[in-house]
Design a protein around this ligand. Sequence first.
Ligand code: 4AD
Ligand code: MG
Length: 477
Amino acid sequence: MSKRIEISALLKNPSIGETVTVKGWVRAFRNNQFVALNDGSCFKNIQVVINSEVIEEAIVKKIGFHACIAATGKLVESKGAGQAIELQAESVAVLGEADLNVYPLQSKKQSMEFLREHAHFRMRTNTFSAVFRIRHAVAYAVNQYFHENGYYYLHTPIITGSDAEGAGEMFRVSALDAKNPPLAENGEVDWKQDFFGKQTNLTVSGQLQAEVGALALGKVYTFGPTFRAENSNTSRHLAEFWMIEPEVAFNDIFDNMDLAEDFVKYLINFCLNNYPDDLAFLDERIQQMEKQMKKEDRRPMGLLETLRFVVDNDFERITYTEAIDLLRNSKPYKKGRFEYEVEWGIDLQSEHERWLVEKKFMKPVIVRDYPKDIKAFYMRMNEDDKTVAAIDVMFPGIGEVIGGSQREERLDKLQQRMTEMNVHEEELQWYLDLRKFGGTPHAGFGLGFERIILFITGMGNIRDVIPFPRTPGNAEF
Ligand code: 4AD
Ligand code: MG
């Protein structure tokens, strides 16, 4: 058997006339003659032509949908439409049969929910293999962007002893015997006897530790899994998701916004430039789906058009106070169509964010300077003593993709906010030390990795852009 060649390499540089071996999964087998073979290396298949005079009947019988085969033969120019080259099989080995009578993924269309229940197979579909190649591309681009711009990748802990961030409910990490935990004198569980000698949880964010890095290495980022035990059963929330958090010494809120905009545009551009086949397929998929929809439910632009529009145009930048004014003067507000109240001091709900992004500005919007009471203790207090230097970046169809801020570098103001918000100083001495010893203004943000992938792939549910989603009641696989 000749050396195996990956299909991506074969299509990029076809050596017509040569004998090669390809291996992959059968995506289709037409007329007992034409195999569409995919090995995951790229979106495209290679056509393998099976000649019944050359390949034994017993083998041909086993070449079915999703079987895994190896085929060796000569590469020739294809006469058929749809592909430039094809492989004329001289020998075929069936590496893994797939019994279609019991295989759950038939070639007919399956619902997203059904595929989620079969997450161990869904990556073999065109849609999910495209999504997961894009997911890889974005992860790669994240590291490339920061490396090219002089940032250092800092690995912040997954298990944390402080729950001060206040970003959400946490998952406890414990090695105590759940049936018979040691008790303290007051009758409560004695966490001092636990593995770390204190209560520990899975992290909700690497930000506080990233600040340590920023005040030493200048520019850092974390990129890792984060965990939130909120009971949010929405198409935008996961209990385990990945977050990218840059943190930069000497940056203020405006530098922070510039970085956020430049960064997400870079990620989108990277996919547009390097994964055109996957994106074109995802675009086409949405157009097909929308044919069955009412006109008003369809997207204003196709997927590729949307992505290009976002990279080619400036994001809108407004303050929270301006956002509230716009909302209160909006048609849906005046006609009582918003479900939630719009009033200065109240957090924006997704219906408000989506009106701003999709109706008012029709492009990504960065809202800044939120009321202090609805934001975390570490955000820098503004001159007005009412708002903090927070930013949220909102995207069409998704809502919030980024949350961040300039950090409070003034020790007294930070301590005051901690007292007001009931954050205990003892737990965060190290964090306060950063203000006592060589403190300086600095800023950062968190980009929800799955949220930006939702946007780039045009998928409708966040559970479909992470290989094995964790959500309330679901930790299968
Ligand atoms: O706005 P969040 O809570 O910000 C922080 O955690 C800050 N410490 C980040 C920082 O300044 N370094 O979360 C950041 C982003 C959100 O904008 C959203 O995109 C995403 O993380 N996110 C979620 N994604 C999926 N599922 C969830 N449950 C998410 N919660 C937040
Ligand atoms: Mg947020």
